[in-house]
Design a protein around this ligand. Structure first.
Ligand SMILES: [Zn+2]
Length: 194
């Protein structure tokens, strides 16, 4: 039980107390909840992986994922997000038809997260290899998001690539995940040079 609580508490947005409640529910709740969760975890472990190109979840048999290699999308525009879970939200807004790149975090010195923790080398090589002409930074509008955007602008200086950020309209401090599809589509359309 301790191991289960510790594992649950490592998930994003789950504190110790929530992890304990979840674990108790799994112990005392209906047996099919345990079975469903354990079957789903096993299936994900066997069949799903992170896309080698964008970082989003994809089937092991489809890597790179459909968003990376599917037709009808613009290879020259790359939307950079902090977390792969932001990608389905931007897709739902219907305002973007380019490709994606998840950084897997952001620069947050207070949490000990620096540029080395981000997928920046992969971003640079994609810009070179895929003929990217514009990068849209879909990052949070807070100090850490600003620091990450500034670092990316600096590291890509001198390259033939335009860097834009989502237009304001996203609530201050919020990341992509707290925005509704319409606001997101508007922010994409009104993006400004970073
Ligand atoms: Zn992908």
């Amino acid at each position: 039980l301790d191991k289960l609580i510790a594992a649950l508490a490592r998930l994003p947005g789950v504190g110790r107390r929530s992890a304990e409640r979840m674990a108790m529910k799994l112990v005392a709740g209906p047996g099919d909840l345990r079975d469903d969760l354990s079957a789903a975890l096993q299936a994900v472990k066997e069949q799903v992986t992170a896309c080698q190109r964008c970082g989003c979840a994809t089937a092991r048999t489809q890597n790179p994922c459909r968003l990376c290699v599917g037709p009808g999308r613009d290879d020259a525009v790359l939307c950079v997000v902090e977390d792969p879970s932001d990608i389905p939200l931007i897709e739902r807004s219907g305002g973007f038809t380019g490709r994606y790149h998840a950084l897997m975090g952001r620069i947050a010195p207070m949490k000990g997260e620096g540029p080395a923790d981000l997928r920046l080398a992969a971003l640079r090589s994609r810009i070179e290899q895929e003929g990217v002409r514009e990068i849209i930074l879909a990052l949070a509008t807070d100090v850490e998001g600003d620091a990450t955007a500034a670092y990316i602008c600096e590291t890509l200086k001198g390259r033939e690539v335009k860097i834009t950020r989502l237009a304001s309209g996203l609530p201050s401090g919020s990341a992509v995940r707290y925005s509704d599809p319409i606001t997101l589509a508007r922010a994409l359309k009104g993006r400004q040079e970073a």
